[in-house]
Ligand binder design. Structure first.
Ligand code: NDP
Ligand code: 8X3
Length: 254
């Protein structure tokens, strides 16, 4: 079918984990893609693979840089300008320290990326959805946005902010016929813990050992389910954990 007949999704954080798995799933389902991240090489590689199935454009920017975000979205070629689906996924935890010894650089990174970055990307895309009175925004929150766990302090705060922004967006965009919802995963085996522990892969691997942890493809399946509902259905707020996990701290490890 011609490009216009297909939907177009912009995914932030498409170079790894949940974002990458979602890109792969969407490509399989015939959704055209704009893939975003900072690691250009990974974007190029993914584009090479996925453009066998759908149209793929890549944008390299740091979500913290509001000017670059605006310029990047503005630079999209005509055929990639009409974004039907926005997946606000880029984000990470930085550190896992008690509040009294936490690093201010880590705090800045989490609030600037997970909260402000999500807002900058959304601001660049929402107006065109408002003009068309159609669009779908999925904010990737976390169980950390529903409860706070020891040493999670600022990461949990950033994800609680995503929860509030998700609700706020849904309220403000309601009269414009735009779907807004959050997918809030529990623990998923991605590069998340490697980033949190600054490259300490041994410590990172331990986080996901001893139980049947969620895989990024599990979340991608759910995200595809959410975007594939008829337009009158909006999955507003979804929490998903592995069966072995009951809360952030209660995990049934073997
Ligand atoms: P990964 O570390 O595997 O992926 C994170 C992605 O975010 C990468 O593609 C990275 O791309 C991108 N990103 C990070 N910082 C920036 C930045 N400054 N500018 C642009 N892009 C950035 O982790 P996940 O896939 O697990 O994380 C994806 C989302 O899921 C996050 O919002 C996370 O909080 C959330 N989440 C994760 C859970 C888990 O247990 N894994 C559970 C619940 C929620 P690049 O480095 O190329 O810029
Ligand atoms: C990621 C889930 O519990 O590792 O948001 O913070 S957790």
């Amino acid at each position: 079918p011609p490009l216009e007949a297909k939907r177009l999704a912009l995914i932030t954080g498409a170079t790894s984990g949940i974002g990458k798995a979602t890109a792969e799933r969407f490509a399989k389902e015939g959704i055209n893609l704009i893939l975003c991240g900072r690691r250009q090489e990974r974007l190029d590689e993914l584009q090479q693979t996925l453009q066998k199935h759908v149209k793929v454009h890549t944008l390299t920017f740091d979500v913290r840089d509001k000017e670059k975000v605006a310029v990047a979205i503005d630079s999209l070629p005509q055929e990639f300008k009409r974004i039907d689906i926005l997946i606000n996924n880029a984000g990470n935890a930085h550190g896992l320290d008690p509040i009294q010894t936490g690093s201010t650089d880590d705090w800045d990174a989490m609030l600037d990326i997970n909260v402000k970055g999500l807002l900058y990307v959304s601001k660049a895309i929402i107006p065109q959805m408002v003009d068309r009175k159609k669009g779908h925004i999925i904010n990737i929150g976390s169980t950390a946005g529903k409860e706070v766990y020891p040493n999670g302090n600022v990461y949990c705060a950033s994800k609680h902010a995503v929860d509030a922004i998700n609700q706020g967006m849904r309220i403000d965009l309601n009269k414009h016929n735009i779907r807004v919802g959050a997918v809030n995963p529990g623990m998923v085996a991605t590069e998340f813990s490697e980033v949190r522990f600054k490259g300490d892969t041994e410590r990172a691997d331990k986080v996901y050992q001893g139980f049947d942890v969620l895989q990024p493809q599990d979340i991608a399946d759910i995200i595809y389910f959410v975007v594939s509902r008829p337009y009158h259905i909006n999955i507003a707020d979804l929490v998903v954990m592995s069966t072995a996990q009951a809360s952030s701290t209660i995990i049934n490890k073997k």
